[in-house]
Structure formats: structure tokens, C-alpha cells
Design a binder for this molecule. Structure first.
Ligand code: ZN
Ligand code: CU
Length: 483
């Protein structure tokens, strides 16, 4: 029996192929037909004429590990048309780790000690099964999370026994269904890890057919060396590599994506490499002194010691307090911030690069988050695609669907084809736009009409439906389905 018929829309299938006018029918959790679909008894008909019917968007770069439980409607994402998130990026995953003391930054971005309550990755995935969210999740294991669980002193390379202990936990996670491992070599918990440590762990990924994603050691002066290092992990372990939130930051590095993108393209000739990006010139993470010096402006997103300062500029806080900017930053810790440190031309160059996927890097627990959390996908479609004309709509959709599913091994998702999972986003290409701003960062986007996950509506004309059909996607199951 057909459950839903999306009537008369413009289908953009996620492969980059030209749009076509077609009806789409949904049966159970799958797409049944695409073409001219005759009316069926009992099916819900939705007139989507004049609207685009696309695969549900895949947010390949998220920190939603705990948000899936804390905000199961996942409104920040569903409101943008996102139907699947990749969690555990930048070296930070909620599992496998059980903590009794405060997690070191940046682990504190996704939870407190009590939230790190999953000694095994299987426990985390089982919790997702028990309390499903509105949208799907495919999960990475964070290298920094492994380090915090296995090393008493993070300021040095892991010893052989520690690598073995991390390897065991990583293997358990891969066996449970994790899709890969992420690193955050830029951050203190992992910056002392030498390439050999990463490569030793990455070997577990090869046997599992999993991938490696990395927030590189450096996105400033040494960005080319960091690319080399990342490629080398892929070569040594023979695994696909994804360069996270690619950018070159700091005024001295403006324009340097002219060097990095050709380097990535050249390396892609010999190995599997992907990259993601978010559509903004400001970045966001924990509050870090070095980043302050590289930034044109800094906005505080949260502060444990001065929560009332969230949403204010660091300069203004320092002036109010009559102290230096660095002193103010010190007093605000632990804290998070937004940093204006990129060049618009670089952002556009990276977004337009053929192989770039879209990932929000949104921080769902920040008090005053970067607007990328609520705005990324509609901003790419409305601002960069329609208004600026950076690429066509078919290309834009592919960057958030088909390309992403192929790169991350999400079988049966990311393309609209009969038999695929019915993860579908219906949007208005003329009105879609992000409305989240740096001043009002949690404003939902305009132009997203209907969002289906596994055949069930989760977002409809501006509101969550309350349905929670999201699944914890396991690597083994997806590999079996891909065959
Ligand atoms: Zn990162
Ligand atoms: Cu990130």
C-alpha cells in the first residue's frame, strides 16, 4: 500500500542530474515510484507543484552526539531539511567513554562528565535505538575521546600499551557499527599525538572498511603540511580521508585556498579524499587565546564562569571590565566563541570546489550558537546557489546528498530512486533562505516545506511533527545493503 504521494514537484535526485517533473510515492520506509503516479486508496497526497523534491540533506559534520537525546525533534537540523547527521567529528565523540571528572575542552562542547556515560560504543548506539530521534545518525569515534579514556597525561604521544588500549576500544566501536574515526589534532587533548599514533589506530579502519575524518593540526600557516599529514594517514592505512571544515584562517592566510584546493585535487588522483565546509566566514569552537589573536572579531557563545556574557563581543566585555582582551578571555573560561577569521573569497572557492560536501559544524549546546547550526543548508541553497549563483541547484543538492552518502557509505540514502529509503526534503527554491544570524542564531530557515525520514513526516510547514523515525545507521548493515 502506498502511504504518501508527493504530487507534481520538480525532482532533483541528488546525483547532479538535471531536474525533472515527477510525482514521488512512498511505501513504508522506501521510495516506491518516481514518475507519473496514479492516485491510491488511503495514501496521503501532498501537492508539491512548484516545489523541489530532493533527497533529505546529510549534515556530514556535526557535534550532535548528545543533541539526538537532548533535542530528539532535532529541530535545528530538520528545519533545514537535514535527515541524517554524521556525529563524532573533530576528535570528539560521546562514546566510548565513561567520565567521573569534567571533560577537557573541546570534549566539554558536547557534554559534562555525567553525559560521558557510554563505556562501550555499542551502549551509545543501543541508547539511540531505545530513544530514537527524528532524524538518522551515522557515528564516528573521536580520537580525543579515546585518548581521554586511555591516557593519564594527554600532553605526550601515546605509548604502545595506550595505543593498544585505544585500538581495542576503537575496534569495539567499529564492530558495533561506527563508520570511522575522527581526529582533532588542532586541540590540546590530541595535539601531542604524532602521525604514527594516528596511523596505528587507522589500521583498524582499513579492516572494517571505515573512514578517517580530520580537523587538521593546522589551518593557518602550516595548512599545506597538515594536508600532507592527513593524506599520509590515508596512504599508510589505506583508508578514505575526509578533511573537515576546510578553510585557511587568519588574515595572513587569506587567499590560500588557491594552494590547498589544487593540492587536494592532485592527491585525489592517487587516493580517496573528501572534504566538507560550512558557508560562513566565521568559525566557532571553545575559547582559545591563539584564535583571538588571529581574528578580526570574537563573539562569546557560552561561558561557565560568566554565563551572562554569552552573545556579547569579547572586545566589549574587556572594555566593560577594564581589562585586556586576553585577561577577559581568561576570566570567561571555560567558554566558547565565534571567530571572524576567514576571507569570503576562500569560503566561496571551497564551497564551489567540485568535491566539497556541506557540513554545518553546528554546536547544539552553545547558549548563543554560531548561526551555522540552524542556517547552513538553506544558506547554501538560497544565498550561495540562488542569490550569488555560485553553482546550479542540481550541484548544490548533490553537495548535501548524493556526494555525501557516497563518501560516508550511507547505502540507500542521498539519492531519489525507487527502492531507496524515503528520506526526502521538499523546499521552495525561490524562497529558501537562512534566517539565523549572529545576533539571532536560532531562527529557523524559510522555505523548507516537508521533511520525511524513513517514510515518515518529521517536519511540515514550519514545525516538527513529533515523529521520531530516525535510526542509528550501522556500517555493517549499510555495507551489506550496498551489495
Ligand atoms: Zn573541527
Ligand atoms: Cu567540528
Amino acid at each position: 500500500m502506498t502511504d504518501w504521494i508527493l504530487r507534481g514537484g520538480t525532482v532533483i535526485d541528488g546525483t547532479g542530474a538535471p531536474r525533472q517533473r515527477a510525482d514521488v510515492s512512498i511505501k513504508g520506509d522506501r521510495i516506491a515510484e518516481i514518475g507519473t503516479v496514479s492516485a491510491a486508496q488511503g495514501a496521503g497526497e501532498i501537492d508539491v507543484s512548484g516545489k523541489v523534491v530532493a533527497p533529505g540533506f546529510i549534515d556530514v559534520h556535526t557535534h550532535d552526539d548528545r543533541a539526538l537525546f537532548a533535542s530528539p525533534d532535532m529541530a535545528a537540523k530538520a528545519s533545514q531539511g537535514v535527515t541524517t547527521v554524521i556525529t563524532g567529528n573533530c576528535g570528539v565523540s560521546l562514546a566510548p567513554l565513561a567520565l567521573t571528572q569534567t571533560p577537557p575542552p573541546p570534549l566539554d562542547l558536547i557534554g559534562d562528565a555525567a553525559d560521558y556515560a557510554y563505556p562501550r560504543f555499542a551502549d551509545y548506539l543501543a541508547a539511540l535505538d531505545r530513544q530514537p530521534a527524528a532524524i538518522n545518525a551515522a557515528c564516528l569515534v573521536g580520537h580525543s575521546t579515546l585518548r581521554v579514556g586511555a591516557m593519564p597525561d594527554l600532553a605526550r604521544a601515546a605509548g604502545d600499551a595506550e595505543i593498544a588500549a585505544m585500538g581495542e576500544r576503537l575496534q569495539e566501536a567499529l564492530d558495533a557499527g561506527a563508520i570511522g574515526m575522527s581526529t582533532g589534532l588542532f586541540y590540546a587533548p590530541a595535539s601531542a599525538a604524532p602521525p604514527a599514533e594516528i596511523e596505528a589506530l587507522a589500521k583498524h579502519l582499513r579492516h572494517a572498511g571505515a573512514l578517517y575524518t580530520t580537523h587538521m593540526r593546522d589551518e593557518t600557516e602550516q595548512v599545506l603540511d597538515s594536508l600532507e599529514e592527513s593524506f599520509h594517514v590515508g596512504q599508510a592505512a589505506r583508508v578514505p580521508v575526509v578533511i573537515s571544515h576546510h578553510k585557511t584562517t587568519g588574515v595572513r592566510n587569506f587567499g590560500r585556498t588557491k594552494e590547498t584546493l589544487p593540492k587536494i585535487a592532485a592527491a585525489m588522483q592517487g587516493q580517496e579524499i573528501g572534504l566538507d565546509a560550512y558557508p560562513y566566514i566565521a568559525s566557532s569552537t571553545v575559547l582559545r587565546t591563539q584564535r583571538i589573536e588571529d581574528s578580526l572579531k570574537v563573539l562569546i557563545t557560552w561561558s561557565k564562569s560568566h554565563p551572562e556574557q554569552a552573545g556579547r563581543e569579547l572586545d566589549a566585555i574587556a572594555r566593560d571590565w577594564g581589562v585586556s582582551v586576553l585577561e577577559a578571555a581568561d576570566r570567561l573560561q571555560p567558554a566558547g566563541a565565534i571567530y571572524w577569521m576567514m576571507d569570503e573569497a576562500d569560503v566561496q572557492r571551497v564551497l564551489a570546489f567540485e568535491h566539497t560536501m556541506i557540513g554545518s559544524d553546528g554546536l547544539p549546546h552553545d547558549v548563543h550558537p554560531h548561526p551555522r547550526l540552524w542556517g547552513t543548508f538553506p544558506r547554501v541553497l538560497g544565498h550561495y546557489c540562488r542569490d550569488i549563483g555560485l553553482f546550479g541547484l542540481e550541484v548544490a543538492v548533490r553537495k548535501m546528498t548524493g556526494l555525501s552518502a557516497a563518501r560516508f557509505g550511507l547505502a540507500g540514502r542521498g539519492v531519489l530512486v525507487p527502492g531507496a529509503y524515503a528520506d526526502i526534503t521538499v523546499f521552495d527554491a525561490d524562497t529558501i533562505i537562512d534566517r539565523a544570524t549572529f545576533a539571532a542564531p536560532t531562527t529557523p530557515a524559510a522555505g523548507i516545506e516537508h521533511v520525511f525520514v524513513n517514510g515518515q513526516p518529521v517536519w511540515s510547514t514550519g514545525a516538527a511533527t513529533g515523529a521520531r523515525p530516525g535510526r542509528a545507521l550501522r556500517r555493517q548493515q549499510m555495507r551489506a545493503e550496498a551489495r
